[in-house]
Ligand binder design. Structure first.
Ligand SMILES: [Zn+2]
Length: 117
């Protein structure tokens, strides 16, 4: 049985679902957000897995990552751009940087828009 999720994790999951809607990712019906384990935290601030037959996305995020919303968007962009591939792209530093820039810009736009209201 899966462990009960903390309030913080449920908030991050709601945020990931909000971004998946914004990115038009309706085909991914289940977005699951979990904390990264110690080994994963050493390597990355976030990572994601997807399973097409179940329309399931799992995002793992480092608890200590200060920019959690940007990390969620970065991981969703991986799924948006690679979810149709049978295997994720091999690690590519420039591609990762491009996703970082895109996710930072999207999150900035969300909050800039609010300030103008
Ligand atoms: Zn990445």
């Amino acid at each position: 049985m899966p462990a009960v999720k903390s309030k913080r994790l449920l908030e991050l999951q709601a945020l990931a679902e909000e971004w998946a809607r914004r990115l038009g990712m309706a085909e991914w019906t289940t977005i699951n957000v979990l904390w990264a384990n110690k080994k994963e935290q050493k390597e990355v601030t976030g990572c994601c897995y997807w399973h097409v037959p179940e329309s399931l996305v799992t995002i793992k995020i480092d608890r200590a990552e200060p920019k959690k919303e940007e990390t969620l968007v970065h991981e969703l962009l991986h799924v948006l751009l690679e979810g149709h591939l049978s295997e994720a792209r091999p690690y590519d530093e420039l591609y990762e940087r491009a996703l970082n820039r895109a996710s930072a810009a999207l999150v900035r736009l969300k909050y800039d828009g609010r300030r103008e209201e």
